[in-house]
Design a protein around this ligand. Structure first.
Ligand SMILES: NC(=O)c1ccc[n+]([C@@H]2O[C@H](COP(=O)([O-])OP(=O)(O)OC[C@H]3O[C@@H](n4cnc5c(N)ncnc54)[C@H](OP(=O)(O)O)[C@@H]3O)[C@@H](O)[C@H]2O)c1
Length: 294
């Protein structure tokens, strides 16, 4: 049988080879409210984070620059169950109004890591990504000097595993030459398959690939024709198909769908039971990856 039909048999991923997490996690960026949109009431956000863990989420993705997301997770879940892993990111600098205004220099990274330790209330962070600016050119800018600082903080015991986010193949190679990379977080989903080569490379290397915008990000609704056809075949929603597609697409994919809605969370978690077949996967495959991303 094709590996596409087997995601139930590989429902977990061993992050960095050691930290076993279910492949359906949760992205906390939406918890304080949509970026630039209305705030979510704090009790509602806390309830969503708690319900996520009740429903089996053991990997939550956050950042200090997601407004109050760290604080919401701490309120909801601290002291964290021993099998819950929290991933955070450092890199972007944000002013008091929330505007991102640049990238941290190497000498600013320690302070950002310490900010996450404080906000999350832990002595060591499970997974920290160096999150760099969006790829706008082939290769992106070198990240070695910044990644090396995170590698030092890992050696000092402040960080358990390292990741990179928004990176090209060249940037991933550069990081891997400095220290083990446990996870890559780039944009990838059924409606944006440009990063396919890196997804496959991560699978070969045992690196988790945690796609962001697997549900289309701020797209109004997931209503693309083939997605709707597959959803109808299974009596599922397009959001569930998008989640199941990623799990079927690569054994390295760990999904981190974001929502601040309890109903959407329940719907998304049910996607772990949705198994797509070869015909579904063929219909949803958009063909050759974009070589400019590599
Ligand atoms: N590394 C990076 O540069 C980067 C960038 C962006 C995001 N991220 C990470 O990736 C995670 C996911 O990103 P995201 O949340 O922006 O995008 P996403 O997972 O693609 O979700 C997009 C939107 O879909 C809606 N949604 C979720 N489930 C739904 C459902 N069942 N039915 C209808 N609508 C649904 C959510 O709004 P509702 O609240 O209305 O459900 C959410 O705003 C974030 O939480 C963050 O941790 C990382």
């Amino acid at each position: 049988m094709s590996p596409h039909t087997h995601h139930d048999a590989a429902a977990t991923f061993a992050l960095g080879g050691t930290l076993t997490i279910p492949r359906l996690g949760f992205g906390a960026m939406q918890l304080p409210g949509r970026w630039g949109g209305p705030a979510v009431p704090r009790e509602a956000a806390v309830a969503v984070a708690r319900r996520a863990v009740e429903l089996g989420v053991r990997h939550l993705d956050t950042a200090a620059f997601y407004f109050s997301a760290n604080d919401i997770l701490r309120t909801a879940l601290h002291p964290y169950p021993s099998d819950v892993t929290i991933a955070t990111k450092v890199g972007p600098l944000r002013d008091a109004s929330g505007e991102m205004y640049g990238e941290a220099r190497p000498d600013q990274l320690r302070e950002l890591v310490e900010e996450n330790l404080r906000q999350l209330g832990v002595d060591a962070l499970d997974l920290v990504y160096l999150r760099v600016g969006r790829l706008d050119a082939v290769g992106g800018v070198p990240i070695g000097d910044r990644f090396a600082v995170l590698a030092e903080l890992r050696a000092a015991g402040l960080i358990r595993h390292l990741g990179v986010s928004n990176v090209s193949r060249a940037q991933l190679d550069e990081a891997r030459a400095i220290a083990p990379v446990a996870a890559v977080q780039n944009q990838f989903g059924v409606l944006d398959q440009r990063d396919a080569v890196l997804v496959d490379l991560c699978a070969d290397a045992g690196i988790a690939y945690m796609p962001f915008f697997a549900l289309g990000g701020s797209r109004a609704a997931l209503a693309e024709a083939n997605l709707m056809t597959v959803a109808e075949r299974h009596g599922a929603t397009t959001y569930q198909v998008a989640i199941a597609w990623g799990l079927a697409r690569s054994p390295s994919i760990v999904q981190i769908p974001g929502t601040s809605s309890l109903a959407h969370l329940e719907e998304n978690m049910a996607a772990a039971q949705l198994v797509l077949d070869e015909a579904d996967m063929t219909l949803l495959d958009t063909g050759a990856p974009d070589s400019t991303r590599q």
